[in-house]
Design a protein around this ligand. Sequence first.
Ligand SMILES: Cc1cc2nc3c(=O)[nH]c(=O)nc-3n(C[C@H](O)[C@H](O)[C@H](O)COP(=O)(O)OP(=O)(O)OC[C@H]3O[C@@H](n4cnc5c(N)ncnc54)[C@H](O)[C@@H]3O)c2cc1C
Length: 404
Amino acid sequence: MAAVSAATEGAHVTIVDKGTKLGRKLAISGGGRCNVTNRMELGQLISFIPGNGKFMHSPFSVFNNEDIIAYFENLGIRLKEEDMGRMFPVTDKAQTVVETLLREIKRLGVTIQTNQRVKSLVIEADQIAGIRLENGEEQRADAVIVATGGTSVPHTGSTGDAYPWAKAAGHTVTDLYPTEVPITLNEPFIKNKTVQGLSLRDVQMTVWNKKKKTIVTHEGDVLFTHFGLSGPIALRCSQYVVKERKKNPDHPVTLTIDLYPETSVHKLVQQFEQRKSDDGAKSIKNALSNVAPERYLALLLEHGDVDKDTPLRNVTTVQLEELARLFKAFPLRANGTLSIEKAFVTGGGVSIKEIVPKTMASKKKRGLYFCGEVLDIHGYTGGFNITVAFSTGYTAGKNAASDE
Ligand SMILES: Cc1cc2nc3c(=O)[nH]c(=O)nc-3n(C[C@H](O)[C@H](O)[C@H](O)COP(=O)(O)OP(=O)(O)OC[C@H]3O[C@@H](n4cnc5c(N)ncnc54)[C@H](O)[C@@H]3O)c2cc1C
């Protein structure tokens, strides 16, 4: 997108990529469907970019989610809206997005060099002069846009190569950490795989700090895996687990799952009591079978010390109150997350404090620009990261063109 906007402004543009082809991460994004942007209004969009989202006000004033939609639709690529504003190509193929961009850069006369690894930036007297390739060759340029991505899913080419270049140019690189990554749990029921594959829909997950204060709550779906938790809300909560673990490395982080976010403990107890009078002869596991998935109910009953075969009429009100509390806040101990390589997105990166938000220009070196995931900006899953990459890329390209 940076190449598209720079070439549209009339610049001579070369893309240098170490991969055999361009857009490898884009091609696997959104489960191969590419969640290309999100149709939320701007204020809300920014709130879904927890990593320095406020910085995006300026790039979004140049090129935002609606501009992304218009850009593709003007090229004849129809997009469709799914839940929560998520936008996908109607073909359901990420390749459509990749091919559209490739066609456009070819039409605009952009030179493409693949299989070329950039080793460093060439800087002369506080001004960018070009790039140096791994084979020693130097390529001169009036402006350079660094769009090397983060360090997650490295087989796509994003291996964090540009952090040392940024440092050498005088930039700060904030600590890197995994975001939008599955959470690992230190629980016996995870180790013995009793709930592996179980998914819970429309639940709330809360991350707690050591002082038992809420850090964040997210609502949506969660999936139990053989190591812990995945699914949309686990991914959203993951960065807070990482940060809390960093603060208190010796303590697991408490998460709670609320199976009924709209219902109070009191209401749940009333419902259980009602079932007791209607169906008291049935075992508790059968009498409550339609209020929770079977394996989850078994887990809550075990945790609440209630034998699942006990007739409901023999379960005391105190036990039902405890069970209702577990429905509302089942505690889990998180001991970390999968690695940054397995994360969807890299947290941290080139500090936004040293970037001009209206142009994406470096405040340290003339002619140098940064865009996309290499920056210390990250969004939740839902189309927000590609939106950031396209918006900052377009802005960088447009402004770098005027350095020619
Ligand atoms: C599995 C997966 C699914 C995702 N799905 C979505 C989604 O649906 N929606 C969404 O918004 N976000 C999604 N994301 C996140 C999103 O894909 C990224 O945030 C986005 O691709 C970042 O774009 P970028 O251009 O900054 O970097 P990248 O897409 O990582 O591209 C970086 C490029 O730089 C090249 N490069 C790196 N170092 C060098 C070097 N030294 N020399 C030359 N070239 C180099 C690489 O080869 C690569 O082509 C997903 C991420 C993953 C891992």
